[in-house]
Write a protein that binds this ligand. Structure first.
Ligand SMILES: [Ca+2]
Ligand SMILES: [Ca+2]
Ligand SMILES: [Ca+2]
Ligand SMILES: [Ca+2]
Length: 264
């Protein structure tokens, strides 16, 4: 692969005159719930909250009025929570936990849904993708959980996580975002409101709808290829990290090549 890369590099450098658009951030990977996670509300556009369903008269999640911020963060547990020891409700880098009417460990019987919120800093067509599974620290019990994604208050996707499914599944959906669009990643304890063993991995990436369009010109072409080649080996956040795995390498180059000419 490296031999091919050097050939490509020589070819494109010699034959092309390119105007590169070096934008800040990563044009391919707009947001990542795991990499962006922090103990600061609003950092990188992420907010950590919950929905007090038993305190809501219509028991229907309204993103505009029912979202509340989780008030506490534990640096040692690297997790957001509310009233430790009173509710299980919490959010950490790759997952979350709800609280249910049927609960355990001395927690209060009350239905809370965990809500991880992202406020869009981009506009256009994107893909939201991620993984859902039972958390490895959670034993096999309970009735599983339900995950939802709401875009500007409208549920656009939902899935279930079975009580003992450690393998889980990937999801992906295409969306159109506006600047300031609100995307809520929501975990509810399932219809029985039983939170036993409800620790759930629920990750989210917001990525370009056109893989390989590094400079977001709307087309995958020489300019994108050059940008990947120039950044080859980079491990800091980089536009050329097409597959959003934190490094610019062969896999990113392949995605550009596979999609070369798309939308041009
Ligand atoms: Ca409501
Ligand atoms: Ca449950
Ligand atoms: Ca492009
Ligand atoms: Ca990569």
């Amino acid at each position: 692969m490296r031999r091919q890369i050097s050939c490509w590099s020589a070819k494109v450098v010699i034959t092309l005159s390119i105007g590169l658009a070096w934008a800040g951030g990563n044009a391919q990977c707009v947001a990542d719930s795991v990499a962006d996670f922090s103990g600061v509300q609003g950092q990188n556009g992420w907010y950590y909250g919950y929905y007090d369903r038993d305190g809501d008269s219509d028991r229907t999640y309204n993103a505009a009025t029912d979202f509340q911020l989780l008030p506490e963060y534990s640096a040692s547990w690297e997790s957001w929570y509310i009233q430790d020891g009173v509710f299980w409700t919490g959010i950490w880098n790759d997952g979350m936990h709800p609280n249910g009417r049927t609960t355990s460990g001395g927690r209060q019987s009350r239905e809370h849904w965990a809500v991880r919120r992202w406020v869009s800093s981009v506009a256009g067509n994107f893909v939201i993708r991620g993984h859902v599974a039972k958390h490895p620290h959670s034993t096999c019990c309970g009735d599983g959980t339900v995950v939802h994604i709401y875009l500007d208050g409208v549920e656009v996707w939902s899935g279930t996580r079975d009580y003992c499914d450690y393998t889980g599944y990937d999801y992906a959906l295409s969306v159109t975002l506006q600047m300031g669009s609100i995307v809520d990643f929501v975990l509810d304890p399932n219809h029985q409101s039983n939170d036993w063993c409800d620790g759930t991995i629920f990750t989210a990436q917001i990525v370009s709808s056109l893989a390989g369009d590094v400079d977001r010109s709307g087309c995958v072409d020489d300019a994108d290829l050059l940008q990947v080649l120039f950044a080859f080996g980079a491990t800091e956040p980089n536009d050329a990290d097409v597959n959003c795995d934190g490094v610019v390498d062969d896999a990113d180059l392949l995605q550009v090549l596979f999609n070369f000419g798309s939308e041009c």
